[in-house]
Design a protein around this ligand. Structure first.
Ligand code: BMA
Length: 321
């Protein structure tokens, strides 16, 4: 089995969220975290929701990757007020380290629709808004941890599919390139959803990880054909190192699906939503060690945070299953 749930799951629940009045009092949920190693510790950037259904970012730190302590602060995105109109929610942060800077790419619900916001930080105490990253209606965007062919590169998922509820989604992960992280050129579709199967709608999960075999991508897929239900699951794919628009392998089955009560019951039932991934162990050239432990952090039922672990080698093998 490619991914094994932590016996401590869910590793974070609303009970772990300290009050930060007046914004956060008796939090409702915590889910879909970004994850990164920072100063030798595991760091999560959390999506915290309140009874007012307002959304805030908080951080949590851990020495072992499983037991986290949430800092009693809201993390403001300094300068986000430059966005025209109202930003109703900022959520689903994906964190990529480029050199000494951490970039956070996140979804923003704005008057104009869903947009990707980009912020940067070196310490997670102050996080500065860089800008709205592109003009398209996109919810999921993940930056690669290095330039490829001289460009910044990301995987994104344009929202081109509408549910009856008005929620938008998409069935294609696209590769886009940029000179400045703000203006993006879509260059090629990478993967499409597989109608009738587990991943009809898809979106990138955490930022891709560089291995000697290729870029390892964990993504989410949604099955929509089951009466009255959308089931969110996770899968893996392998993309070519020099041209990540080329898919070398893609798992036939999902590698994580809602099975535990905390994944099946909650604010949005039947959801596992991988958003953070930490690999413990890289070689001198910056490739992930095949034996390195992989920690995948995911939102469970839009209510709590789950952890599932693997190794780089096992995830690579799952791409071909
Ligand atoms: C997606 C996003 C995620 C959420 C998921 C399940 O479209 O909004 O933030 O976890 O739906 O509700």
């Amino acid at each position: 089995m490619a991914l094994t749930r932590s016996s401590e799951n869910p590793i974070l629940t609303r009970a772990d969220i300290p009050d930060v009045p007046p914004g956060i009092v008796d939090a409702t949920s915590v889910f879909n975290p970004g994850a990164v190693m920072h100063d030798g510790r595991h760091l999560l950037m959390l999506r915290v929701q309140t009874r007012g259904r307002e959304t805030f970012f908080m951080t949590a730190g851990s020495d072992d990757g499983t037991h986290f302590e949430v800092s009693p602060h809201i993390v403001p995105i300094r300068g986000i007020d430059r966005v025209a109109g109202t930003v109703y929610h900022s959520y689903d942060p994906r964190i990529t380290r480029l050199g000494d800077t951490y970039y956070v790419m996140f979804a923003m619900d704005t008057d104009a629709g869903c947009r990707l916001g980009l912020a940067r930080t070196t310490d997670f105490a102050t996080v500065d808004f860089v800008g709205t990253s592109g003009t398209d209606d996109i919810r999921n965007g993940v930056l690669f941890p290095e330039k490829i062919g001289g460009d910044y590169v990301r995987l994104d998922r344009p929202n081109r599919v509408s549910f009856e509820s008005g929620v938008t989604s998409g069935d294609t992960i696209v590769l886009s390139r940029s000179d400045d992280l703000i203006d993006w050129r879509p260059v090629a579709p990478v993967m499409r959803g597989r109608l009738h199967y587990w991943d009809e709608l898809i979106g990138p999960g955490p930022p891709p990880v560089k291995t000697r075999e290729g870029w390892l991508l964990v993504y989410h897929g949604i099955a929509t054909h089951l009466a009255g239900a959308c089931i969110y699951q996770a899968g893996v794919a392998l993309l070519a190192l020099d041209d990540p628009a080329e898919v070398l392998a893609r798992s036939r089955n999902n590698i994580l699906e809602p099975r535990e009560p905390y994944e099946m019951i909650g604010q949005v039932p039947n959801v596992v939503f991988p958003s953070g991934m930490i690999v413990e162990g890289y070689d001198e050239q910056g490739f992930a060690d095949p034996d390195g432990r992989v920690l995948v952090y995911y939102g469970a039922a839009d209510t709590s945070v789950g952890l599932a672990t693997s190794t780089v080698g096992d995830l690579l093998a799952a791409c071909g299953d």
